[in-house]
Design a protein around this ligand. Structure first.
Ligand SMILES: [Zn+2]
Length: 323
């Protein structure tokens, strides 16, 4: 687990335990004010616990005595609470997760991360990486049957051929990274052809393999770059340094003079100089990409020695599904 995320989670668990304590105190206060009979029994139970523990320690009582008395009292209190229109366990300790009592770690002798902590970690790392909490898009869930199989134009290939080729290249790359021949990938093609799906699938595979990866939209990248440009904020650092960066939907961000192109060049140049991998998807055909971002950028993105260029062709799959 990443230490920074684990620290964030531990702080959240601590806040949860504080909320639990406040909730317990509020419930006890309500009983004190509104239900004197139950209050009397609850105080009796507390005295029993503390008093008996002392007597057990002093050798005057046995642990079994306490258990039997406690069960009887708990039953009585539960019944009284029900009669007062409250839940039976209203005065029991409050936890979101009874397994770890909101500490994040469970187990008798050896404490291990609780299921709730593992799940919370998954949610957090997916958020951090840029994956939604929506259904996972993986290579396994890539469904070729929904992709049209008629030959497109003069290529002699079908939309399914293009998709399968791109899928195989991407999966292969994600399996082999960092031992890949070409460091970067450019995925181009119209909207709804599965580019983002392929990026999500690569990201999932890289996470499974324990590789540090980040996915951002070109829009988010530009916002981050602007902030570091004008406000000297350092959010851009992570984008410059992460081993694998997925930059989704290049071309959809606003084109701002002296900023968009400069920042994109800086990003690509820095990452290439450090030998880091960048996967880019774009709806724009390569000539349009060149018009928008200059030849100097596009020649780096399409350099056959370092970059796998994958083109998807065909019709918007989202529209086909809707028909
Ligand atoms: Zn738990």
């Amino acid at each position: 687990m990443r230490e920074d995320l684990l620290n964030e989670l531990m702080a959240e668990y601590e806040a949860q335990r504080a909320r639990n304590e406040r909730e317990e105190a509020a419930r006890r206060e309500k009983i004190r004010r509104e239900c004197p009979d139950i209050e009397k029994k609850a105080s009796e139970r507390e005295e029993l616990i503390f008093g008996t523990i002392h007597r057990i320690l002093d050798g005057e009582a046995k642990a079994e005595d306490l258990t039997a008395k406690m069960e009887k009292l708990n039953g009585e209190i539960g019944q009284m609470l029900l009669e007062a229109g409250l839940p039976e366990d209203y005065l029991a300790p409050v936890y979101r997760c009874p397994k770890c009592r909101d500490t994040g770690y469970a187990g008798e002798l050896i404490k291990e991360p609780c299921e709730c902590l593992k799940n919370a970690y998954q949610v957090k790392i997916r958020e951090k990486i840029g994956l939604g909490v929506a259904q996972k898009q993986t290579f396994e869930s890539f469904d070729v049957d929904c992709i049209p199989n008629e030959i497109i134009g003069k290529s002699g290939l079908t939309q399914r051929d293009f998709s399968l080729h791109a899928r195989n290249e991407c999966e292969n790359w994600a399996n082999l990274y960092p031992n890949v021949q070409k460091r970067d990938i450019l995925l181009s093609g119209g909207s709804g052809l599965g580019k983002t799906f392929l990026m999500n699938a690569m990201t999932e595979r890289l996470i499974e393999r324990g590789i540090n990866v980040l996915m951002v939209s070109a829009y988010t990248f530009l916002q981050t770059a602007r902030k570091s440009y004008f406000d000297a904020e350092n959010g851009i650092k992570e984008l410059l340094e992460v081993p694998v960066l997925m930059l989704d939907d290049l071309g959809s961000e606003p084109l701002m003079q002296n900023i968009t192109v400069e920042q994109l060049f800086h990003l690509i140049n820095e990452r290439q100089a450090r030998g880091l991998s960048t996967i880019i998807s774009t709806n724009l055909p390569i000539p349009n990409l060149q018009d928008r971002y200059t030849e100097r950028i596009v020649s780096r993105l399409t350099d056959k020695n370092n970059c796998i260029v994958l083109t998807l062709e065909g019709q918007d799959l989202r529209k086909i599904v809707r028909k």
